[in-house]
Design a protein around this ligand. Sequence first.
Ligand SMILES: [Fe+2]
Length: 292
Amino acid sequence: MAIEIRQLHPSFVGEVSGVDITRPLGRADVAAIEGGMDRYAVLVFRDQRLTDEQQLAFSRNFGELEFTRGTGISKPGELRLDPAFADVSNLDTNNRPLARDNRRRLYSLGNRLWHSDSSFKAIPATYSLLSGRIVSEKGGETEFADMRSAYDALDVATKAQIEDLVCEHSLLYSRELLGFDLTAEERATMQPVRQRLVRAHPASGRKSLYLASHIGSIIGWPMPEARAFIRDLMEHATQPQFVYAHKWRPWDLVMWDNRQTMHRVRRYDESKPRDMRRTTVGGTEMTVAQAA
Ligand SMILES: [Fe+2]
């Protein structure tokens, strides 16, 4: 059975059928999925009952995986999952929902802000793959915004103004937005990195806005002007016409290109378990040279 992709939104997002991703894939299938990612930026695979091992194997078809250890606030003994996973559940190591004042829960509320995964790393991620093992019945949608269409819709003068701008990204800035208190030790692990504001996709050459709540400054700009401008761009880029909301069904796997999209999770009932497991494919190059 050949892979088919049905577009779910006028500008991006495809639903993939004709492939069982729990099994090893042939090169043609991998190429078809990569082609789909280049074109749609987000792909939805329904009813994929993945084990952790199978999710890792499927993800590795697309490059080396990123490890979450060393980013964020979790310590090695506190991990529920293999460190190759980003645990975006609301569960503790006993698979019980985290208490309201749990520090890991409060930290993870950063996922409610629009962002691109790992934009705070000098070499940021390409793909993220999120498997919905236990999903919320109400709320908990993941929303995606198409940063290519958002770029295309800018006026000519703004495109010219932003073409060579470089922003600083750090988890410090997104957590600061929420008023989350980081320790001095945590802050020391979150040194800002530089990223171009406009990226061109390596396959299509199509330009996109590289935005995230992790942005705290624009190199060479006064801080208040930079933050006001980034806020304007974020509002522009997340207008309804650029956004797709994914309503999760159990065993959906959603794969997105962090270079071409932003995403955020919506509010849900946190008294009930929500088990979502993310693998992340690392990038291969910086978007711009880092400060010496
Ligand atoms: Fe994310």
